[in-house]
Write a protein that binds this ligand. Sequence first.
Ligand code: CP
Length: 307
Amino acid sequence: HDHLITSKQLSRADIETVLDRAAEIAADPSAVADRYSNTLLGLLFFEPSTRTKMSFETAMKRLGGDVVDMGSVESSSVKKGETLADTVRVIEGYADALVLRHPKQGAATMASEFVDVPLLNAGDGAGHHPTQTLLDLYTIRENAGLDDLTIGIMGDLKYGRTVHSLAHALTNFDAHQHFISPESLQLPREVVYDLHQEQEGTQIREHDSLEEILPSLDVLYVTRIQRERFPDENEYQKVAGEYQIDAETLEKADDDLTILHPLPRVDEIAPEIDETEYAAYFEQAHNGVPVRMALLDLLLDGGESDE
Ligand code: CP
């Protein structure tokens, strides 16, 4: 079975297959409503989540299936010292596919080595979050198109796993990527190195200010500073509240700019932006359902149509 651990394993064709299937499902969800009536998805969330967990649950139920949920770390036998390897080996006997979120980078790779059912990485520490990337790409395709795209990715690029996954996936497209962050939260050097290997050097640029680049952007992808990943709270306090956007910040933006955010937000986007034509972050969160339905359909059925 296929596991989905990082966006690096996805080709342009893979991505387009998922996005096209998601668009079909979004247009006619009733066509797949009973398709997986005997299917159970195992949810293993070792870190908090609202969107990823609930949209996977919604997706499985909208496909006619159901979920089995480990619940919180506090209420599970993880509390008694059970290892991740043992936990996933047990739950794969209960479910047809597993969704794992874990605070440790590399946890999904390790866990996938112990199971035969498909395992989907729903976020591993500061590593990757590939299913978020698929819904990000779906939303970008709907709002701005994926080719000839100029995107600014701003905020916590060091710890932001949604950024790492999105940046890799965008190298499959004709995208110019501008990374905007304080120096201490720049993309890890190994990610920049990989991006340069995967795409022409001129298509990757780093900036410490949004101002110079804003007018040229089709999409601005804003992220939260990942407080929980800082080894030292003082270091967080030094950058907290930087790189916020409000109506004034956007005065020089293109009228067609699309603003995305994986959410949750803290204070990066002022609420006054929510009602503007720029804001697509709630639509983005909603797209998590058809995109995860499409992904589950393709993984559980080998992509074969029942028509
Ligand atoms: N975007 C995202 O992963 O949100 P949650 O942490 O709420 O799942």
